[in-house]
Design a protein around this ligand. Structure first.
Ligand SMILES: CC(C)(COP(=O)(O)OP(=O)(O)OC[C@H]1O[C@@H](n2cnc3c(N)ncnc32)[C@H](O)[C@@H]1OP(=O)(O)O)[C@@H](O)C(=O)NCCC(=O)NCCS
Length: 470
């Protein structure tokens, strides 16, 4: 890498980020070659500080390196605030505890997407368009039977959300507030219908149509559990628990799937494609797939007869390569506030439904053992949102393969809000990180039959052919 400052005018580098307030401070970075860079300090509305390095490469030739983005702010956003040290989570300034107590999921989604709590008129209007858009097009339904039996519902969800766009060609280009509202409502409403349809087709039952008279969560439970000849009527407790689950998953600032949605949106991909990318990113067991992994872990402990202490010992041992699923978080370094709310909700739900789930007892014991153990204390590993959520979903009759799908239904709100920030920003640029290249330097071409055994491909070139040229 050159140590010579690169000419600003030839690099097409970004201007200093568009910062909606005055820069009061700068940091000075001194590099090994003696160059110095004057870097603006950006302060967020909650006092969070960042060093703005947008022009660092243009002025010095250096980039910053932060594998895994532990220390990198990828954007400025008005949506969600987290203080991981203090265990604070707020959507648009409202504490998650308040939202969880007072909101329906649909209201929380409106808050997350549009930034304000909806008025009663806005609430009713949005409910109406959710209902209008809840059913899937008739010629869309046969796609479900084309998936093989036992296909994972997350595969079906991501494919179908993307496919939905082909049934909404005008929704490709959103150029008005009304159109954005319509496409958002379509996604929020239909993602739930697709989720239930993927479940029904995976168990070989007929897909249920949504009902106009039911509210968002009841309608989902109806599509999951009703049969053509028998209506399922969820209990108030079940509805409340699922509503809470969706609220707590509605947004969580720049997590893996939301960053993916922003990345895709930054290339000006449409809202359906961006949300479908979010579904794929959510699937992994280190992210949204953790709720399924927690239940599998609890089942394994129960079935093997191993004690919770033995399991914790295995986790700490690290040779087995297992983690305590549902524990730890990139941002929270104290209790995840969502886990606190869900733990209580889990106790309440199981009590009200008179369910005794041995997994809950194992989860409680694991938590107790881990929170007293130096390994977890020193690394500040606490239960995260996924630790108790699987037990709640199990109590609602939802199978583990559907857990991450339900997470996605909630998170669609946050993905849409983040897509909107990119879409509405006059200064949005394509997300395109740089890298530090560590591969071979330029080298001479090797003709096909002169190539030696290659460790990545393992082929052997017969001796007699080695003299042949490619
Ligand atoms: C969430 C998670 C991916 C965060 O990853 P991260 O920020 O990269 O955390 P790190 O890997 O830097 O963890 C720091 C240390 O704690 C350990 N650690 C983190 N989570 C752990 C867990 N669940 N069980 C055991 N050890 C864990 C790491 O091995 C590392 O140890 P080391 O410093 O001795 O190498 C990680 O905690 C995890 O895998 N948790 C389990 C999966 C899960 O519940 N995901 C849902 C998130 S909401």
């Amino acid at each position: 890498m050159t140590d010579t400052p690169i000419d600003d005018t030839t690099m097409n580098e970004p201007p200093v980020n568009e910062i909606p307030f005055d820069i009061l401070q700068h940091a000075t970075l001194t590099l090994p070659d003696g160059q110095t860079a004057d870097l603006p300090i950006v302060v967020g509305s909650e006092g969070e500080k960042a060093v703005d390095i947008a022009r660092l490469r243009a002025t010095t030739g250096y980039i910053t390196l932060d594998d895994g983005y532990t220390n990198t702010g990828s954007c400025m956003s008005d949506i969600t605030f987290i203080d991981g040290e203090k265990g604070i989570l707020r959507y648009r300034g409202y504490p998650i505890q308040e939202i969880a107590k007072r909101c329906s999921f649909v209201e929380a989604a409106q808050l997350v997407i549009w930034g304000e709590l909806p008025t009663p008129e806005q609430r009713h209007h949005f409910s109406d368009i959710l209902a209008e858009n809840s059913a899937l097009p008739e010629d869309f339904l046969p796609h479900f039977s084309a998936f093989p039996p036992h296909a994972h519902p997350m595969s079906i969800l991501s494919a179908m959300v993307n496919a939905l766009q082909t049934y909404d060609l005008p929704g490709m280009t959103i150029d008005s507030d009304e159109e954005f509202e319509r496409v958002s409502a379509t996604l929020i409403s239909k993602v739930r219908t697709i989720a239930a349809a993927s479940f029904k087709s995976s168990i070989g039952e007929p897909i249920m149509y949504p009902r106009y008279d039911l509210r968002y969560v009841e309608n989902f439970l109806h599509m999951m559990f009703s049969r053509p000849y028998r209506d399922y009527v969820p209990s108030a407790e079940a509805t409340r628990a699922l509503n809470l689950f969706l609220i707590l998953h509605a947004d969580h600032e720049q997590n893996c799937s939301t960053s993916t949605v922003r990345m895709v949106a930054s290339g000006q991909a449409n809202l359906y494609a961006s949300v479908a990318a979010g579904v794929c990113a959510l699937w992994g067991p280190l992210h949204g797939g953790a709720n399924q992994a927690v239940i599998e872990m609890l089942d394994l402990i129960q079935e093997s007869g191993m004690s919770t202490r033995e399991y914790i010992t295995k986790v700490k041992d690290r040779t087995a390569g297992i983690k305590l699923m549902g524990f730890g978080h990139r941002v929270y370094r104290s209790y995840d506030p969502r886990a606190q709310i869900l733990k209580q909700a889990c106790d309440d739900l199981l009590e009200s439904l008179h369910i005794t789930d041995p997994r809950l007892a194992i989860a409680r014991e694991l938590e107790e053992v881990a929170l007293e153990d130096d390994y977890f204390v020193q690394r500040k590993l606490y239960p995260n949102v996924d630790f108790y959520s699987g037990t709640i979903l199990t109590a609602l009759g939802i199978p583990p393969e559907m857990f991450t799908v339900i997470f996605a239904i909630g998170r669609v709100a946050g993905w849409i809000a983040n897509w909107k920030e990119i879409h509405d920003s006059a200064n949005s640029r394509i997300y395109r990180p740089r890298q530090i290249y560590t591969g071979p330097n330029e080298r001479e071409w090797i003709n096909r039959f002169q190539r030696e055994r290659n460790t990545t491909q393992g082929f052997i070139v017969p001796e007699e052919l080695r003299s042949h040229t490619a």
